[in-house]
Design a protein around this ligand. Structure first.
Ligand code: NAP
Length: 291
């Protein structure tokens, strides 16, 4: 089984470095040839890992794990004909939902990613976790067996949609509030902000229910408790994207839920508002930045 990981960022480099430790032929593919320095579990024990550009990749892979930001996926799809064959297993290691419909391959799986890390230039600091949740199938069972000796843990789910929606909701609340409020997690110390966050989550939960995804009654309380456990200075990916004036993964998170709300003709004023603000912000950058 030949494996490629696309996207030498926080998630992609972590996956590639850990797979390479047990499957040395694993390739990390990026836009340019370069070397990433990877610090596992926030230690100072650096490991170097080479990134190969598409131009220097001369064969196709059985498994392709895509770990670029959701708005960068379009450019990866253009490269797939050179690195995928018709039976390649393609795994989207990204937040958000709805991206798999754009990939013209048979075996495409959306993963729910629990790997936490950060990219600064060519340095990757991995903080914690090595987990990817995937739909259980004969494809993913084979892959799980293949990766069993690596630190990358595949959790196979009988109903991945439930996991995907849970992560969507967790991202919806805190990403929206921190990105629009330009503050890290401590922004939720304000009672008003907590109320707004709950209302956004409530809109999201309504959409999930209309999609046939059922969560227990206390789900919003549980998610609010997760947020309360965040350190005050912890930012979210969308908060940092705003701070660094970068495009946002808004279409795959808030946008996906918003489109479903329109489809089901739901009244979701909080979701509509945060989506409209974040999308306007995102559009400012996609015209000027090379995605
Ligand atoms: P990231 O650190 O920004 O990495 C994205 C990488 O993709 C960058 O290295 C970028 O390359 C590369 N890239 C962009 N366009 C490309 C292309 N056309 N071909 C190949 N490589 C390309 O992002 P991330 O944090 O790893 O996030 C990846 C996904 O995982 C996102 O959906 C994110 O929401 C999700 N996620 C992240 C975390 C986390 O803690 N980081 C946790 C859970 C989920 P350059 O270096 O050349 O710019």
């Amino acid at each position: 089984m030949t494996i490629a990981v696309i996207g030498p960022g926080a998630v992609g480099t972590t996956i590639a470095a850990e797979l390479k430790a047990v499957l040395p032929d694993t390739q990390l593919i990026g836009r340019h040839n370069k070397t990433m320095t990877y610090f596992p579990e926030n230690t100072s024990q650096a490991q170097n890992i080479d990134v190969v550009s598409y131009d220097n990749t001369h064969h196709s892979f059985d498994v392709i794990i895509i770990a670029v930001k959701t708005h960068q996926l379009q450019n990866v799809i253009k490269q797939l004909p050179t690195i995928a064959h018709k039976d390649s297993l393609i795994i989207l290691a990204q937040n958000g939902y709805g991206q798999s419909q754009h990939i013209p391959h048979q075996h495409v799986y959306q993963a729910v990613v629990y790997i936490s890390g950060q990219k600064r230039n060519d340095k990757i600091t991995h903080f914690r976790d090595y987990r990817l949740h995937l739909q259980d199938s004969s494809d993913t069972r084979k892959l799980k067996q293949q990766l069993s000796s690596s630190k990358i843990e595949l959790i196979l789910e009988s109903d991945i949609q439930n996991k995907i929606w849970y992560k969507l909701l967790v991202n919806l609340g805190i990403n929206s509030i921190t990105a629009i409020g330009h503050q890290p997690a401590k922004i939720l110390q304000s009672t008003h902000m907590k109320e707004i966050c709950r209302s956004i989550l409530n809109d999201g939960l309504q959409v999930a229910q209309s999609e046939g995804i059922h969560f227990p009654d206390q789900t919003i309380d549980d998610i609010m408790k997760i947020y309360q456990g965040y350190p005050d200075e912890m930012g979210t990916s969308m908060y940092y994207e705003v701070l660094n004036q970068q495009p946002l993964e808004v279409e795959a998170i808030q946008g996906y839920i918003y489109q479903k709300a329109r489809f089901h003709k739901l009244n979701t004023p909080y979701l509509d508002t945060v989506y409209t603000f974040l999308k306007a912000y995102h559009l400012k950058f996609i015209e000027t930045k090379d995605l």
